[in-house]
Design a protein around this ligand. Structure first.
Ligand code: HXC
Length: 263
């Protein structure tokens, strides 16, 4: 893969999984502008790479990411922040069509928690700590924290976390509430291995069907039920235009494993 300053981007899982590792351990992987430019670049490259079916993102050291880089943003004026929209480019993460699994190994705070929530699946390591401490800094979450957290953990718990800036959420609670799909005990290597194995499993599915399914599930975040179900049906009908749908259904009837080939 390409060389970056603050992250590593490697291809794993027999060539079918892209792995992004945040690697600024001295700053607990604080998400500087440069680091997020690299993350978006790596995700877009994996998204465009035909053999890759899913992506894993994790952090090196004791943090997944301790938030946006406080040292970098502290002196910004309102006009600087508003005119340059300095975190707007993070939204590119949500435009990636392949599934992204966040393997949250430690602190996921502020922008780190928000980055994890922009991913499609969170798997928590046993030391994962989710939090939105922005109010301690005299600011508020800025890239979805006030919007996505409430959908995951409910209003009271989201309000408690956001309004106090404390009361972080550990791995077990995150899994109980559905913020994470499960907790992987043990070392970070085990967590990343589990995330890669899940990504590999997804990579075996039809790539266009996975993209359609991700788009359809994410629609639930954006709009109401009636409109969501209507859009789901359009995407469902669209799968009947794919060779992979013919292959998948024929394989079932013929009692064999499907071999998906559509790009
Ligand atoms: C810049 C950071 C940082 C951050 C940690 N560091 N978090 N630098 N931005 N977000 C740096 C510290 O300054 C320190 O550098 C080094 O990393 C190690 O951190 P310590 O605080 O010494 O570690 P520890 O005592 O273990 O405490 C861990 C911690 C604490 C609880 C995670 O670092 C912390 O509270 N960090 C800030 C968390 C936060 O408020 N995040 C939200 C940011 S605002 P030196 O040079 O001293 O060794 C945000 C807004 C998002 O994310 C909005 C849009 C994206």
């Amino acid at each position: 893969g390409k060389e970056y300053e603050s992250i590593h981007a490697t291809i794993v899982g027999d060539g079918t999984v892209g792995l992004v590792t945040l690697d600024r351990p001295k700053a607990l992987n604080a998400l500087s502008h440069a680091l997020m430019v690299e993350v978006v670049d790596a995700l877009q490259a994996f998204d465009a790479s035909p053999k890759i079916g899913a992506i894993v993102i994790t952090g090196k050291g004791k943090a997944f990411a301790a938030g946006a880089d406080i040292k970098e943003m502290k002196d910004k004026t309102f006009v600087d922040a508003y005119a340059s929209r300095f975190v707007h480019h993070w939204n590119a993460v949500t435009a990636i069509r392949k599934p992204i699994i966040a393997a949250v190994n430690g602190y996921a705070l502020g922008g780190g928690c928000e980055l994890a929530m922009m991913c499609d699946i969170i798997i928590a390591g046993e030391r994962a700590q989710f939090g939105q401490p922005e109010l301690n800094l005299g600011t508020i979450p800025g890239i979805g924290g006030t919007q996505r957290l409430i959908r995951e953990v409910g209003k009271s718990r989201a309000m408690e976390m956001v309004l106090t800036g404390k009361h972080f959420m550990g791995a077990q609670e995150a899994a109980q509430r559905g913020l994470a799909c499960r907790v992987v005990p043990g070392e970070d290597e085990a967590l990343v291995a589990e995330a890669i194995s899940l990504a590999k499993e997804i990579s075996k599915q039809s790539k266009p069907v996975v993209a359609l399914a991700k788009e359809s599930v994410n629609t639930a975040y954006e709009i109401g039920l009636t409109e969501g179900v209507r859009r789901e049906q359009v995407l469902f009908y669209a799968t009947f235009g794919l060779q992979d749908q013919k292959e998948g259904m024929s394989a079932f009837v013929e009692k064999r494993s499907p071999e998906f080939k559509d790009k």
